[in-house]
Design a protein around this ligand. Structure first.
Ligand SMILES: NC(=O)C1=CN([C@@H]2O[C@H](COP(=O)(O)OP(=O)(O)OC[C@H]3O[C@@H](n4cnc5c(N)ncnc54)[C@H](O)[C@@H]3O)[C@@H](O)[C@H]2O)C=CC1
Ligand SMILES: O=C(O)C(=O)COP(=O)(O)O
Length: 638
């Protein structure tokens, strides 16, 4: 094996390729990238629609980037003042904000994208506009349905939910269409918990009805006698962020707190002094029930006639979770019978409630106090979620993996940093391997072997698998593949990817020694070298000094850094070949970036890999093929 030349390329693709929201950094642009502070990446037109560019400078995307146009859209019905008179930068991603978002978040977004704030859109209006946007930011009122994703025609790449609950976003549709959904899970926790406690205390002391009574000129002291909280049992249903905060606060009020949450850890509950119990036990013991679980198919109407019947007579209910977890007509019946003494509701199945529906009837009930979905509505929480979601959306558009991704694997930042060059390698191996397939049968069976000195549990291969899938499918289809939809698209296409681990003896410092990709049961354009058994193609790659290299083609060792394009050919191992090939490419003005010769035995066949900066014309390739000692030859684009 002999490496004649080689180039160094700082693999600085950001995580575009990894998250799949943009184009890979182009070969030859490495110096340009490296010369910048941080990185600035030109995105490909997303699904062929105009280019977007996201800038990131160091880690301070929002504070350092300057001179970025703010938004302007003739279609915008509501513009913030700074948007007036500004022009849309065609090179930036365009973000639609469809519900009121705090200024901090908007400011941050405007530094890296065009922002349109258009509120109160009907679903039809949203569908009509959505194909103009790369990202959409919503709160709870906008229903991001399958129709919306379909209407975006592949352009929508990120939906940001400025809050926690994502029951208003069709996650299945988002995943199928490769759209990342991110939320802002932490910034409104305290606000929601405080609202829960506010509703609890206001309910038991009749604050709302007695206030209304006084405003109408009454002084009704005996009518509004309340009940005390101290020593009463509160069942917190859903011991997540909000539920555990409510539990802490309720304990401060002297309540005995129990909780039901099938997924909560007993240690965490113990730390707050809360007893975890079964669903039925929670109902049977509670004087008060506070709901804090998400709305999912499992929790849909989980409070119904049957469950209310299991509660104590005179139980009181607080709901700051979602209206849908309660069967509202059943709650009305329980309130009518007095089985449920009072309810304090912030959320409803229909928001805003309309006359004639059960939500409306509940709001009107004398034993109900109601607020219009105000749980997250504090100044602090709204600023917090706005910034949290803006950072997540801007990061996703810049190709970063969002820590708050709802429909993609969450991969810790340190794992991402370590795996980045391997991720690039994985995609390139997939791309190269699929270009070696001939015939139209399609790739159905692929095996990936990860050779690593690390223990099995120490290597997260999801990113690598997704990128191999991307590399295998994208060059031969119009599909857009990213971490979100890679497994889904592979399954749809009947592509089975099996993964194996091979133990390496080396150090555990690097996550992987090599990755190999084998495509089975296909006709190959390079049969003599690519595989054993025949009808298979095996390529192996390694990362050297942070740069992905092709290290094996079939049984032949090569060593070429994966950049630009590659001419791969089989030749008889004899003197003078490099000169002949070099002069043909030189005449064609093709710059060779590296050349690697891999042979099994002296004088027998060798595999040659030549890296070229430029495309090579068919004529030049033909001239190479006309050299008698050259057998099969393929030109592969990375
Ligand atoms: N009213 C408002 O403005 C707000 C409402 N919310 C609602 O509150 C919900 C909870 O928010 P977080 O605590 O931040 O979410 P979280 O994800 O931290 O907690 C939810 C908890 O519910 C648990 N859970 C799931 N299924 C359950 C079941 N069948 N029974 C009992 N527990 C179950 C989960 O294990 C998890 O611990 C959100 O999904 C959202 O719908 C959140 C913020 C503001
Ligand atoms: O964060 C949540 O889940 C909420 O329910 C808050 O909803 P909102 O953003 O105020 O419409």
């Amino acid at each position: 094996m002999a490496t004649v030349t080689g180039t160094t390329m700082a693999v600085k693709e950001s995580l575009q390729g990894l998250a799949g929201f943009g184009q890979q950094a182009q070969p030859g642009k490495s110096q340009m990238l490296a010369s910048r502070v941080g990185f600035q990446v030109n995105h490909a037109a997303l699904a062929g629609k105009g280019a977007i560019r996201c800038r990131r400078v160091g880690n301070q995307r929002r504070s350092v980037v300057r001179n970025v146009a703010t938004s302007n859209s003739s279609a915008a019905v509501a513009k913030t003042p700074s948007e007036q008179g500004s022009s849309r930068d065609p090179n930036f991603a365009t973000v639609l904000v469809s519900e009121k978002l705090g200024d901090g978040g908007l400011d941050l977004l405007r530094k890296v994208s065009n922002v349109d704030c258009i509120y109160n859109l009907t679903n039809e209006e949203l569908c009509a506009k959505i194909s103009e946007y790369d990202a959409l930011i919503v709160r709870s009122a906008t229903k991001v349905t399958r129709k919306v994703f379909e209407a975006s025609k592949g352009r929508l790449k990120v939906v940001g939910r400025a809050g926690v609950g994502i029951d208003n976003v069709d996650l299945d549709a988002a995943t199928e269409l490769g759209c990342l959904v991110v939320n802002a899970p932490t910034a409104n926790t305290v606000a929601a918990a405080e609202h829960g406690i506010a509703l609890l205390t206001a309910m038991v002391r009749n604050v709302a009805p007695s206030d209304a009574s006084m405003k109408s000129g009454q002084w009704e002291r005996s009518k509004y006698v309340g009940v005390s909280l101290v020593d009463k049992t509160l069942a917190v249903m859903g011991f997540g962020k909000v539920g555990s905060e409510v539990a802490r606060k309720a304990k401060g009020l002297g309540m005995h707190v129990i909780s039901h949450d099938p997924y909560a850890s007993a240690d965490r509950a113990r730390a707050v002094g809360v007893e975890l119990v079964s669903f039925d036990e929670a109902l049977a013991r509670a004087d008060f029930i506070s709901l804090h679980m998400p709305l999912t198919p499992t929790t849909d109407k989980i409070f119904n006639d049957d469950t209310f019947a299991k509660c104590k007579q005179g139980v009181r209910l607080i709901n700051v979770a979602r209206g849908g977890v309660i069967d509202e007509p059943a709650l009305l019946r329980a309130l009518e019978s007095g089985h449920v003494a009072q309810a304090a509701l912030d959320v409803f199945t229909v928001e805003p409630p309309k006359e004639g529906d059960s939500s409306h009837a509940l709001v009107q009930h004398k034993n109900v106090i109601a607020t219009p979905h105000l749980g997250a509505s504090t100044v602090e929480a709204q600023e917090g979620v706005a910034v949290e979601i803006a950072e997540a959306v801007a990061g996703a558009l810049a190709g970063e993996l969002a820590a708050t991704a709802v429909n993609a694997p969450m991969v810790p930042a340190e794992v991402i940093a370590e795996l980045t060059p391997y991720v690039v390698l994985a995609e390139k191996l997939g791309r190269l391997a699929v270009q070696l397939v001939s015939g139209g049968a399609g790739v159905k069976q692929v095996k990936v072997v990860y050779k690593s000195a690390r223990d099995d549990g120490d290597l997260d291969t999801r990113l690598l698998r997704a990128m191999i899938t991307k590399g295998l499918i994208e060059p031969v289809s119009s599909a857009f593949i990213n971490l979100v939809n890679a497994d889904y698209v592979a399954k749809q296409r009947g592509l089975k990817i099996s993964e194996e681990r091979e133990r390496a003896d080396g150090s555990t410092g690097a996550p992987l020694e090599s990755v190999s990709v084998t495509i089975f049961d296909v006709e190959t354009r390079f049969a003599s070298a690519t595989g054993n058994p025949t009808r298979s193609i095996t390529l192996e790659g390694k990362v050297k000094d942070g740069v992905p290299h092709l290290s094996k083609v079939g049984n032949f060792n090569v060593d070429v850094s994966l950049e630009g394009s590659i001419i791969l050919y089989r030749q008889v191992d004899q003197p003078g070949m490099i000169g002949k090939v070099g002069s043909i490419l030189g005449e064609e003005n093709v710059n060779i970036s590296f050349m690697s010769v891999g042979r099994t035995l002296r004088g027998l066949d060798a595999i040659v890999a030549i890296g070229t900066d430029e495309d090579v014309s068919k004529g030049a390739l033909q001239k190479l093929m006309d050299i008698p000692a050259i057998g099969e030859l393929v030109f592969l684009k990375l």
